[in-house]
Ligand binder design. Structure first.
Ligand SMILES: Cc1ncc(COP(=O)(O)O)c(C=O)c1O
Length: 366
């Protein structure tokens, strides 16, 4: 981690920040949050943003202030980071298994409302025991497999049996159902059809659980790819979109509803040939598993290769004017996996540093 004394002061021009650095344009973040809030409000639903994207109470608070119902995360350690940051309405949209983790989850419920997803009877028993031991009540949603074939029980008898078990377990409170349909990357008509099919399964699960006499308070689903489709479904109470806050190359290829708020600033460290520039960015500061980053605002420059500590640009036309010491902004293909390898966000407005924000949940995958 960069020593605190080396961190730049507010007001520093963005071009003077040491690189590689994650630069976040706060005006664009604010506008993405406002746009999302407008749509969820219009749809009569709510948002419980997935913080897997930003892993930070700072942006979590921004989302709460913009109108979010609560926040979502995947791991107990992520929930601990959020609760330590003062956030108290959390959904862990994932299964939390094992005596230590369930005990930590129970302990968190002394300070906050941390709801968890389940898809296994043994896990329900384990959560119940942890809650009783800690003297708390843990809210639980039953994870229903509506499309992704990842975790989740099937709608109908399996979901209802598990819901009944949760509702009668000591120390647990049955809150409802979770049904994440996954990142739906498809043209609009096709996307609508995929969402419709997934929502049919979700509704069937809800109807069955209600018919068993259990109240269903939470019906949570959806992500950035489906915020408008899943979010418009009447019985869905909230969507769990995450990437919309910053966007990235993968999402901007398929939708323009939100704008790019996050780039990675880099510096040219070598100009070995007229058509090649080398940047101080590599796989240790840029995740490229879904593709190489895109060069922002530099026509004629193409990202050609990413080594461990070097990024190679192929240059044509005016881009060949690039000199050693020049800055190059890059758009990651996936923002969350790049954020997770950085210590800080450098948050700017009008080209000047406003806040240096730790990626507090970096490495909090346990
Ligand atoms: C359970 C769950 N909810 C929501 C999301 C939404 O993420 P995004 O909006 O970044 O696509 C994800 C993404 O992995 C997820 O796993």
């Amino acid at each position: 981690m960069m020593p605190t004394r080396s961190l730049p002061l507010p007001g520093t021009p963005v071009e003077e920040l040491d690189t590689p650095a994650i630069v976040v344009d706060l005006d664009v973040v604010d506008s993405n949050l406002a746009k999302m809030q407008q749509v969820v409000t219009k749809n009569g639903t709510a948002i419980r943003p997935h913080t897997k994207t930003h892993k930070s109470p700072y942006f979590g608070w921004k989302q709460m202030r913009a109108g979010a119902l609560g926040l979502t995360c995947s791991k107990v350690a992520e929930a601990e980071v959020l609760v330590d940051g003062g956030l108290t309405e959390i959904l862990i949209a994932n299964e939390i298994v094992g005596p230590s983790k369930t005990a930590r989850l129970a302990a968190l419920n002394r300070r906050a409302n941390v709801v968890v997803a389940v898809d296994d009877p043994g896990n329900v028993r384990e959560l119940s025991a942890a809650a009783v031991r800690a003297g708390v009540t843990i809210g639980v949603v039953v994870d229903v497999n509506i499309r992704l074939n990842r975790c989740g029980v099937e709608p109908g008898e399996p979901a209802t049996t598990l819901a009944r078990m949760v509702a009668s377990a000591r120390g647990l409170r049955f809150d409802g159902l979770m049904g994440y349909e996954g990142h739906v990357s498809a043209p609009p008509g096709e996307k609508q059809e995929i969402v419709t099919q997934a929502m049919k399964k979700f509704k069937a699960a809800m109807d069955d659980v209600k018919a068993a006499g259990l109240p269903v308070k939470i019906m949570t689903a959806g992500g950035t790819s489906t915020y408008a489709t899943t979010g418009a479904v009447k019985f869905v109470t909230d969507i769990q979109a995450g990437s919309y806050i910053f966007m990235d190359g993968a999402y901007l290829k398929e939708m323009s509803d939100f704008d790019l708020a996050l780039t990675v600033a880099s510096t040219v460290i070598s100009r070995p040939t007229p058509d090649r520039a080398v940047l101080d960015i590599g796989r240790k500061s840029m995740n490229a598993e879904s593709g190489l980053p895109a060069v922002v605002d530099l026509p004629g420059a193409t990202f050609a290769r990413l080594n461990e500590e070097h990024g190679i640009l192929q240059l044509e036309g005016d881009a060949r004017r690039l000199k050693v010491g020049d800055r190059v902004s890059l758009m990651p293909m996936t923002c969350s996996t790049t954020i997770n390898i950085h210590d800080y966000y450098f948050c700017v407005r009008d080209g000047r540093l406003e806040d240096v924000v730790p990626v507090a949940g970096r490495g909090a995958f346990w």
